[in-house]
Ligand binder design. Structure first.
Ligand SMILES: [Zn+2]
Length: 361
């Protein structure tokens, strides 16, 4: 962690400011530390990542990493911390395990030249100029690639993720002075209300136990006049993912060991890759009128520009999630209508997914 992050952090349980005690640092990088709250809770900074998760969920997710940390600092080992009831703890733990595995494996996708273009499609109607000079939250940052892209324009970006993907994100952004990473639960974000000019969350909320609650939970973190943008899976025009793939995921693949599923995902990814290279791309070049009538034409032509590894990750990603929700237009409109946000805009991104945008009034 870098010191400028501290002023933005708050206790995830009581929202009070945190006191930092550093054990090991080098240059601008704080590698090992604790963050203390007046409420009695103490949070570790491990490998440069502040782990601002309530104690019981944190122990489940960090496991021996946390035990080793307190073994190194036995005098500071917390005792009797307040641990709220959390019925979805197991769901959160499963999600953190899957995304931690996926993003540590596919850590290099930020280098994909088409990735930044894809990012701006997802956060439509925002463009680079809308991030200029702003303080941003990337909720569910995964590898930190979107944190990195937006740091090129923003004043400051904080990427938050529950999983060990934060290790990849922290490494990627370590030398970017205005980019910061925290390990946190989207339902208990460690920031005070009205901290961010803009918040966005890409491809995360539809994998959570109570997606709409997670969406609403982001709103208070945005300043008045600031915006919230969220990208989610859509159901319309999306029979392949929302019906076929989703059935296979729910019945079979989400139960498979992750290394095996990753290996098996190679084969459908290769078939899709060939289909795009040998059918979609030539038809788009030679007969655009005809290709426009192919299913998934817009989406697959976006894939055309991504690396094979990126495509492989996309297939693996659709098959490994413990939870996946696909939404209809009217459901998304109802989220926006109930959000209290102004200037709302619902975009049918790539004609198969939804970008929800609104301004906190
Ligand atoms: Zn507290």
């Amino acid at each position: 962690m870098k010191l400028p992050l501290l002023e933005f952090l708050a206790c995830p349980l009581c929202a009070a400011p945190l006191k930092l005690t550093i054990f090991s640092s080098g240059g601008d990088w704080i590698d090992e530390a604790v963050l203390d709250c007046a409420c009695g809770n103490r949070y570790p900074v491990i490998g440069g990542i502040p782990v601002l998760i309530e104690p019981s969920l944190r122990r489940e997710i960090l496991g021996r990493e946390e035990r080793a940390f307190w073994d190194r600092h036995p005098d500071l080992r917390p005792s009797g911390e307040a641990a709220p009831d959390d019925e979805s703890r197991q769901d959160k733990k499963s999600a953190a395990a899957v995304w931690g595995y996926q993003w540590q494996d596919f850590h290099e996708l930020w280098q994909d030249a088409a990735g930044e273009d894809q990012f701006y499609r997802w956060i439509a109607p925002l463009g680079p100029q809308d991030l200029q000079g702003k303080t941003l939250l990337d909720a569910g940052c995964g590898t930190g690639r979107h944190t990195l892209y937006s740091a090129r324009h923003a004043k400051l970006v904080i990427g938050a993720d529950l999983s060990f993907a934060t290790r990849v994100a922290a490494k990627l952004t370590r030398d970017v002075p205005n980019a910061h990473i925290v390990q946190a639960d989207i339902y208990r974000l460690p920031f005070r209300p009205e901290t961010f000019d803009r918040a966005y969350s890409i491809g995360v909320i539809h994998h959570l136990p109570d997606p709409e609650a997670a969406y609403r939970n982001l709103i208070p973190k945005v300043k008045r006049g600031g915006s919230l943008t969220v990208w989610l899976y859509g159901r319309e025009n999306n029979w392949l993912a929302a019906c076929a793939v989703e059935t296979v995921r729910a019945i079979l693949t989400r139960h498979l060991p992750l290394p095996l599923l990753k290996a098996l995902s190679f084969f459908p990814a290769a078939v899709l890759w060939l289909l795009i290279k040998l059918l979609y791309a030539p038809l788009n070049a030679l007969a655009p009128g005809l290709s426009a009538r192919l299913p998934y034409n817009t989406y697959f032509m976006l894939f055309y520009r991504l690396s094979f590894r990126h495509q492989w990750m996309n297939v693996f990603d659709k098959l490994n999630a413990p939870i996946a929700n696909y939404y209809r237009h009217e459901e998304m409109q109802a989220w926006l209508d109930g959000s209290g946000l102004a200037g709302v805009r619902l975009s049918h991104t790539n004609q198969i997914s939804w970008s929800l945008h609104g301004i906190r009034s």
